[in-house]
Design a protein. Structure first.
Length: 558
């Protein structure tokens, strides 16, 4: 339910009211007063829901999105039962992790009842997502809710229309039941703002859940939702997915509608934010993209490409039995991934090789990509951010660059766009040059999501490196995270002195920068044990079907 407070109130008053209102309308039996959020609690909270949910609620909330939809279709559960189970678990997650911004339980319950009545009376499902609860990052406008984008200015302003993606999901039968926390302006890799504050990681609350879609990552990590919608400008879907061990898709621009979602720096087209799904299986991501693409979003979003789901592209990978050609970028020459991430990469490579797939050396100039990305982020001199926080009077969290930077001129912005285009063309030619004797280039490349395992709260500034995620954004390539395993302190020993060898016998290169050294030194096996290890595959632009097909292939191998 929206916050009952005037937009003329002080920022402190609006923030306090928002914090109190998050669980408004949620049944009292779902709210456990003894649970409290502590940002510095070193214990995991993943097992707490099992002590508070009923057996039926547990049996529902362990399902992924595809099996939830199948269970409703088989009449194993009603839409109301599923909604209540996930609402209960999501409320627990919020009490423990501070991950949600608004539950719309009253409206969601009415939608679930209508869906149940329709199925009971007609024997037909409304659509491919019939009864599926979906959580969305608080950029998605929904009638009757507030949309903040992480700014206090949005508190008290109630939406009067749905974003295009929300409308498509509703028409497909989904129930949007909760909006999740995000970083201020969607511009930081840790989820913190002046709206409700920090969000934490369910594996260990003293660790970051990532950002900017960190509320989604934390909620999904607690199985408080079967499917989430995040957005990705420099890794904002993939980092939270990596830190919580989730499958997350960064699609190319124009494949999933973004129209009428709230964003910072709206109109900046040098590097654009994209919306995409986060879930517990690659099959769930496929269900989302297939459903949205087949809804003809280009009829409502002027930037969407007229590309329905291409089954042939998907089945060629999943059913053809053909040998895949996988580019391998274990590190980019600038920042070496920490030992557990290198082990996860090796495990995937070993599985692919054993299955007969070809591994091809690959490296992109991520330093150049990161330079372009950073200049795109800062081209307005932070004017949009500063104007937005000034409207509410909220304090500057000083998370990223200062506003003293001069905004680009129009000609400088045009020049940056051309420089980006040239870089994209260079990488396409580099990709083409990987062709084998049959003319087949690599299908995707495999690389870390981040060089660092999920950092502790407060560590992000010291280990911040967007090269592995942001390159895909700069190139507008499709990318998908792949959970592999967890940090094992006995296997994943810290690197020894420069020039030593790692656990796989590979010579460890010497640090090439202060950041490279800081990220290496930040890893401690005894502290990071048990945290998820996730990698990503990256395909060319608008290759969502191929990337999702290869993701499913790799999951079967793992």
């Amino acid at each position: 339910m929206p916050t009952n407070i005037s937009t003329t109130a002080t920022w402190n008053e609006r923030s306090a009211a928002k914090k109190k209102s998050v669980l408004n309308g949620v049944p009292a039996k779902f709210i456990h007063g003894s649970l409290e959020f502590r940002v510095d609690d070193i214990t995991a909270v993943l097992d707490i829901p099992s002590k508070l949910l009923t057996e039926e609620e547990l049996s529902i909330t362990v399902l992924d999105a595809t099996t939830v939809v199948a269970a409703i279709a088989k009449k194993n559960y009603s839409c109301v039962q599923v909604l209540d189970a996930f609402t209960h678990r999501a409320a627990i997650a919020h009490k423990l992790l501070n991950c949600c911004l608004e539950f719309r339980y009253g409206d969601a319950r009415a939608e679930a009842e209508r869906l149940d009545a329709h199925y009971r009376e007609t024997g037909k499902l409304v659509g491919p997502l019939h009864g599926l609860p979906i959580s969305v990052k608080d950029q998605c406008r929904i009638v009757g809710t507030e949309t903040t984008c992480g700014f206090v200015d949005g508190i008290g302003r109630v939406d009067t229309e749905d974003s295009v993606l929300v409308d498509i999901l509703k028409r497909a039968g989904a129930i949007i039941f909760v909006k999740t926390n995000l970083s201020i302006g969607c511009f930081w890799g840790e989820t913190i703002n002046n709206v409700i504050g920090h969000t934490s990681n369910p594996f260990n609350r003293s660790f970051s859940c990532g950002g900017s879609s960190g509320g989604e990552g934390a909620l999904l990590g607690m199985h408080g939702s079967p499917m989430g919608v995040g957005s990705d400008l420099g890794g904002s879907i993939r980092s939270p997915s990596a830190y919580q061990g989730l499958w997350g898709l960064r699609p190319s621009t124009g494949r999933i509608p973004y129209y009428k979602m709230l964003n910072s720096m709206e109109g900046n087209e040098i590097v654009e934010s994209v919306a995409g799904p986060m879930s517990h299986s690659p099959e769930s991501l496929e269900l989302f993209v297939r459903t949205v693409a087949d809804s003809q979003p280009w009829l409502h979003d002027p930037k969407c490409h007229p590309l329905p789901w291409r089954e042939h592209e998907f089945r060629t990978v999943t059913m053809g039995g053909r040998k895949l050609r996988i580019g391998l970028m274990s590190w980019d020459g600038y920042v070496l991934p920490q030992p557990p991430i290198r082990r996860a990469m090796n495990e995937v490579v070993e599985k692919l090789t054993a299955a007969g797939h070809e591994i091809v050396p690959w490296r992109v100039d991520q330093k150049k990509a990161l330079s372009l990305l950073t200049r795109a982020f800062t081209c307005d001199g932070r004017g949009d951010h500063d104007r937005t926080i000034a409207r509410s009077g909220e304090p500057d969290l000083n998370l990223f660059f200062r506003s003293s930077q001069r905004p680009d001129t129009l000609l400088e912005n045009w020049a940056l766009a051309m420089e980006r285009n040239d870089f994209r063309a260079e990488v396409l030619e580099q990709w083409n040059a990987t062709a084998d004797e049959n003319g087949a280039p690599i299908d995707v490349y495999l690389t870390p999501v981040n060089p660092s395992v999920c950092p502790k709260h407060g560590d992000y500034k010291r280990v911040r490196y967007l090269g592995y995620t942001g390159t895909a954004n700069c190139l507008d390539f499709t990318a998908c995270t792949i959970p592999v395993s967890f940090v094992d302190p006995e296997k994943d020993l810290a690197d020894a002195e420069d020039g030593a060898h790692d656990a796989q016998g590979n010579k460890i290169p010497s640090p090439v920068s202060d950041l490279d050294r800081a990220i290496r030194n930040n890893y401690r096996p005894e502290i990071y044990g048990g945290l998820p290890l996730t990698v990503q595959i990256v395909g060319r632009r608008l290759e969502e079907e191929k990337v999702l097909g290869i993701a499913q292939t790799i999951r079967q191998l793992l």
